[in-house]
Design a protein around this ligand. Structure first.
Ligand code: FPP
Length: 243
């Protein structure tokens, strides 16, 4: 089975999972930690190179304060509890997004986790916190504009590769497979640049119910796709012709 090198996931549906049980939204987020572990374990087991999870978007800051602080507490707890295990499995953990608004103790935990796992050569795990695809692109544009203004870069020298190297996922292959749970068919300001040619898989399953068999369905979907990157079928050397 053709394996994606890089999988990106929008973990959606925690609130609805909780509401369906008459529970507060936070109970859904708490229940959403187990499928994070399962997804990481499955990617490690299958030998996937990179996994990027959308944990908190730049827009999520507008949620009610108790929900935001509850989520931040969950992130700290998950780091405290799972970092040893991730490290033991050779996972390299990084965070993408704008950290400046995060609590200082969370920023410190994140930096510590990144430093501790930096030399690991197993799964490259990116957790997006305070992330927005448009923010990412604008930040890259600012960095490149500064380089042009200082004379370090000429505008004519700016290529797609150089631009990509200024984004948060610099150095990683673009995601091959995108998964969104929770039934919505949207990208919701996730990796706007990097998802240009990604295969998109949408699941109606709510994130707390996401498990290894649901992830296997996404991998099977990916394996069945013929990726043309703008070429014709004969050019790709494929014999199958999918629409
Ligand atoms: C979207 O569901 C989910 C989030 C905004 C939070 C995701 C967080 C977790 C899965 C917790 C664990 C994460 C880590 C990295 C340890 P929603 O609240 O928008 O659900 P709804 O659409 O049903 O309201």
């Amino acid at each position: 089975m053709t394996l994606p090198r890089h999988v990106a996931i929008i973990m959606d549906g925690n609130g609805r999972w909780a509401a369906a049980r008459g529970l507060p939204r936070h109970a859904g987020h708490r229940q959403g930690v187990a499928p994070v572990r399962t997804s990481v374990e499955e990617c490690v087991r299958r030998g996937v190179e990179a996994l990027t999870l959308f944990a908190f978007s730049s827009e999520n800051w507008r949620r009610p304060e108790p929900e935001v602080s509850g989520l931040m507490g969950l992130f700290v707890d998950a780091l405290d509890r799972d970092l040893d295990e991730l490290h033991a499995r050779g996972v390299r953990l990084r965070f993408i997004g704008d950290r400046r608004s995060l609590a200082v103790r969370l920023q410190a935990r994140m930096a510590g986790a990144e430093a501790r796992t930096a030399a690991n050569d197993g799964l490259k795990l990116q957790v997006a916190v305070g992330y927005g695809g448009r923010w990412d692109i604008v930040e890259a544009a600012k960095r490149l504009a500064r380089a042009c203004a200082s004379g370090a870069l000429r505008p004519e020298e700016l290529t797609e590769e150089r631009f990509a190297a200024s984004l948060e996922l610099a150095g990683l292959p673009d995601p091959d497979l995108f998964v969104r749970t929770g039934g919505e068919r949207r990208i919701s300001n996730f990796l706007l640049w990097n998802l240009a040619y990604t295969e998109l898989w949408f699941s109606d399953c709510l994130w707390p119910d996401f498990d290894a068999s649901e992830l296997t369905r996404a991998f099977e979907f990916f394996a069945s796709r013929q990726r043309r990157f703008g070429l014709t079928t004969p050019q790709t050397g494929e014999t199958r012709d999918h629409a």
